[in-house]
Design a protein around this ligand. Structure first.
Ligand SMILES: [Zn+2]
Length: 271
């Protein structure tokens, strides 16, 4: 069994010259494209440390070691400058999850950059995805407490990840899938809230040369891992509550969410 081996490289420098690490269970240099590759992404927002730490612990887990037959690439830290500073944005104050080249909007509530793909971190991720053509992409964020599928081609992946959770583990989350087809006008309204996000580009904007599109899910971690249910409307202060909880007991938060998150990631890799 060789699955615990990790092949690491950088996919490109950040604004301040830091590497953006990629860790794979196969040799990225020897094999540019592997069939049915899964790409897991964390740390797009530098002030969401749990997304980084949960992917780093996944790389050390028995589940990772057992993924021999499935090609998996982990980008635990997509925004190293933001992580270093503890900020959502990159070093130039841009929200990398509003900087992608599909449905990009200069009027975005979060700073989207001067143009689509204006930031080196987003370009590095775009070029890496175009070169490696992952069939499945899972991006981790804080903390809307839901599993989102972007695009009809992503529904089955999200359902497989959801099926990996037992009923108690599902309680702090909800599952959101959209069956809206590409090019349907209603999408513009439905997704106006996150223009230029990675989910929109991969889920609706990206088609590989063979005509396929990646299955794209966003795993929004719980703001309260012990919540009895996920309310339809989140309280405005849910992020502030989470940051308080994190400062008090980050280890306890990670212990509570890790089994479910790792189960969903494993299901995505095996799908
Ligand atoms: Zn985020």
């Amino acid at each position: 069994m060789s699955g615990s081996q990790i092949f690491a490289r950088s996919i490109g420098p950040s604004v301040e010259g830091l590497g953006i690490p990629a860790c794979a269970n196969f040799d990225l240099a020897a094999e540019p494209v592997r069939k049915n590759t899964t790409l897991l992404i964390g740390g797009t927002h530098g002030d969401e440390p749990a997304t980084v730490l949960l992917l780093e612990s996944f790389l050390q887990s028995p589940a990772w070691a057992a993924l021999d037959a499935s090609a998996v690439i982990v980008l635990p830290l997509a925004n190293p400058d933001g992580y270093k500073r503890g900020t959502r944005y990159n070093a130039r104050g841009v929200d990398l999850n509003r900087n992608c080249g599909f449905n990009w909007s200069a009027a975005s509530e979060e700073p989207p950059g001067t143009a689509p793909w204006s930031e080196p971190e987003s370009r590095a991720l775009r070029d890496f995805i175009l070169a490696r053509r992952p069939a499945k992409i899972v991006s981790l964020h804080w903390a809307l407490a839901e599993l989102d599928a972007d695009g009809p081609q992503s529904t089955a992946l999200a359902q497989a990840m959801w099926a990996a959770l037992d009923e108690p583990a599902r309680r702090p989350y909800r599952l959101r899938v959209t069956e809206l087809g590409r090019g349907q006008r209603r999408l513009q309204q439905t997704y106006a809230i996150c223009p230029g996000s990675l989910g929109q580009w991969c889920g609706y904007g990206l088609t590989y040369p063979d005509g396929s599109a990646p299955a794209m899910t966003t795993l929004e971690l719980p703001y309260d891992p012990h919540a009895a249910s996920r309310p339809d409307e989140l309280a405005a202060e849910h992020l502030a509550e989470l940051r308080t909880l994190w400062q008090r007991d980050s280890a306890g938060y990670l212990r509570a969410v890790e089994p479910g998150v790792h189960a969903m990631l494993t299901a995505a890799c095996l799908f």
